[in-house]
Design a protein around this ligand. Structure first.
Ligand code: NDP
Length: 251
């Protein structure tokens, strides 16, 4: 693999301040990519990550932008395209959980999860398409989904629906933009060691761990490496696919 395989390329990663998003931002930057990322609340983390990216010799843009807000997503994308001159890569990573059994789930918990995870991804896909279609070499979009969207998970009707929706979005958009050399894929992740995973009920976590054939949770660095492969020229012939990285949990 070319260690500077993203030299001259530009990317937007949503929800870049923590966990998987942060690891993808850093992995792209190590590959020579200019990276813009947004966040909801973590301004201090964003500032320190921006410095970390710049220390790797890559350009960075950090901005507060709620992915669920269509206008804000369009404005953020427009300013990134203006500053970087192009957008080659989009990673729809920002996501939240509001787990609860459906009988007890509040309407606002359904709305928040669908708006952030699914509408947020749609907002950014829509916003990047015009600049991406201007690229002679096309572009690549990666949607961070979950095996919860593939097999369903107890207490996650909102989250499972949002992540299954991302898979439909991935396949539909892949067909719409293939002629423009833009690939659209999804990663359906199993349990990955991040703050989101640590919020999980300890008993439930142990139960899931016991069902993972590889016997451990994933880590953010290995997920970022898989993401970067899917975004790299080596994966240019892969589109509309859902790659499961879950230690074998949902075979
Ligand atoms: P974290 O909770 O660690 O980080 C979430 C990131 O998303 C943060 O940067 C957060 O910003 C940002 N974010 C949340 N809401 C918004 C919003 N409305 N607008 C903009 N940014 C927002 O999550 P993970 O790293 O664990 O998860 C990343 C993705 O991977 C998610 O889509 C998740 O569903 C998916 N995934 C995770 C798994 C896991 O086990 N961890 C398993 C399967 C899928 P801020 O810091 O400002 O809050």
């Amino acid at each position: 693999m070319n260690s500077k395989q993203f030299e001259g390329k530009t990317a937007i990663v949503t929800g870049g301040t923590r966990g998987i998003g942060k690891a993808i931002v850093l992995e792209l930057a190590r590959g020579g990519c200019s990276v813009a990322f947004n966040y909801a609340r973590s301004a201090d983390e964003a500032e320190s990550l921006k410095k970390e990216v710049e220390a790797l010799g890559a350009r960075a843009i950090a901005g507060q932008c709620d992915v669920a807000n269509t206008e804000a997503a369009a404005d953020f994308t427009k300013s990134v395209a203006g500053e970087f001159g192009s957008i080659d890569i989009l990673v729809n990573n920002a996501g939240i959980t509001r787990d609860q059994l459906i009988l007890r789930m509040k309407e606002e918990d359904w709305d928040a999860v669908i708006d952030t995870n699914l509408k947020g991804a749609w907002n950014f896909c829509k916003a990047v398409l015009r600049p991406m279609m201007r690229n002679e070499s096309g572009g690549s979009i990666l949607n961070i989904s979950s095996i919860s969207g593939v097999v369903g998970m107890l207490g996650q009707s909102n989250y499972s629906a949002s992540k299954a929706g991302m898979i439909g979005l991935t396949k539909s958009l892949a067909k719409e933009v293939a002629s423009r050399k833009i690939t659209v894929n999804a990663l359906a992740l199993g349990l990955v060691e991040t703050e989101m995973a640590s919020e999980m009920n300890a008993e439930f976590r142990e139960k899931i761990l016991a069902q993972i054939p590889l016997g451990r949770l994933g880590n953010v660095r290995e997920v970022a490496e898989i993401a970067c492969f899917m975004l790299s020229p080596a994966a240019a012939y892969i589109t509309g696919q859902v790659i499961q990285a879950d230690g074998g949990l949902a075979m």
